[in-house]
Design a protein around this ligand. Structure first.
Ligand code: PMP
Length: 362
């Protein structure tokens, strides 16, 4: 336990310690199962209970109605980049993409392989440093769907509400801020998120989808690529990632029982983020925040130092304080502190103190 660092990794990322402890305690034998979670059938009683519980927890946390299916899929969010257009973008239709960072851009590039896309907004011109206002969007009222990335993990920019797409189904890549606050699911056609940032380990991607949208899935699709098939099979069309779903169940229980729900989680997340942005603003000669203030992410805090040399020094000294995985994404450099739900406030305090100290001596 003493060896655990404050882990600011963007994903796979920090998990709640009580969850890790429970996994450790149940590693050899899941209560009532006679074997570990990794050794039991996905069709038997104990796992059925786990997958039902994970779904029920998600439904409770996000107040998801029966009009929506909750799926546990594989292939990461990247597969969703393709499955979304494969299922939802019909012949002769076009899909809108709102581009506020690298992941949204990748999502659109994958969709272009499947059909026609259109850019409803791009923040590329300013280095993906902000999200648009509603009035900035150029939306196609006929679009098959409109896709956006509510939190761009690499650039650290985040929407604090949903774009209004009228009658066009809104599809959201929520990979890096899923469960950081409550969402009004009824505003979405679909939300997807790989688990390895805020909801569990890598290996499972959660899809919340309006059931009527899945009716668009072509009956001739390969079955793994069809949402309609996954809904029919209740995520058990093939062997699901049982261990990852088990951890999602534990994380969602932690959110419900230890944290007290997503409103409380959001309060904690805002408090943690503010601590770091306050230091950035107080030392703006040294720390240059990447995101414009109104678009700052409460999950991924990104900033640059004036030189590569200072960046390396910052990372090296941070390591000595057990502050790890702060290097920005290889495509943009600089520093990125990912402060997901499970990052304890002590970790953020330790980073904020270190940043102040470093600024004094720089
Ligand atoms: N979208 C976003 C916003 C992400 O942060 C990531 C992962 N960093 C992905 C998509 C891709 O997820 P995966 O690696 O699970 O395919």
């Amino acid at each position: 336990m003493d060896e655990r660092v404050f882990n600011f990794s963007a994903g796979p990322a920090v998990l709640p310690v009580p969850v890790l402890e429970q996994i450790r305690d149940e590693m050899l034998c899941l209560p009532g199962a006679g074997a570990s979670i990794m050794e039991i059938s996905h069709r038997g009683g104990p796992f059925t209970e786990i997958i039902h519980s994970a779904e029920a927890n998600l439904r409770k946390l996000l107040d998801i109605s029966d009009d929506y299916a909750v799926l546990f899929l594989q292939g990461g969010s990247r597969l969703q980049f393709s499955m979304v257009p494969i299922n939802l973008l019909g012949e002769g239709q076009s899909a809108d993409y709102i581009l506020t960072g690298s992941w949204g851009k990748k999502a659109m590039e994958e969709a272009q392989k499947e059909g026609q896309t259109r850019v409803a907004y791009t923040a590329k011109g300013s280095g993906f440093d902000h999200v648009p206002e509603q009035g900035d969007l150029d939306l196609d009222p006929q679009a098959a769907y409109c896709h956006y990335t509510c939190n761009e993990t690499i650039e650290g920019v985040q929407f604090n509400g949903e774009p209004d797409t009228g009658g066009v189904p809104l599809v959201c890549d929520a990979s890096s801020d899923f469960l950081h606050r409550k969402l009004d699911i009824s505003r979405y056609g679909m939300v997807y998120a790989c688990a390895q940032k805020n909801a569990g380990p890598s290996g499972v991607t959660i899809v919340i989808m309006r059931k009527d949208l899945a009716e668009r899935s072509d009956a001739n699709l390969p079955s793994y690529l069809s949402y309609a098939n996954h809904i029919k099979e209740e995520s058990l069309g093939n062997t699901p990632p049982t261990f990852a779903i088990y951890v999602v169940d534990l994380v969602t229980k932690w959110l419900l029982n230890d944290i007290g729900g997503l409103d409380k989680m959001f309060e904690q997340n805002k408090t943690k983020a503010l601590k770091l942005y306050d230091v950035i603003d107080a030392h703006s000669d040294l720390y240059k925040g990447h995101a414009q203030p109104s678009s700052r992410s409460v999950m991924n805090v990104t900033f640059n130092l004036p030189s590569d040399e200072l960046t390396s020094k910052f990372l090296g000294e941070a390591k000595k304080h057990k502050l790890e995985a702060l290097k920005g994404h290889r495509s943009v450099g600089g520093i990125r502190a990912s402060i997901y739900n499970a990052m304890p406030v002590e970790g953020v305090d330790a980073l904020a103190s270190f940043m102040k100290e470093f600024a004094k001596n720089a």
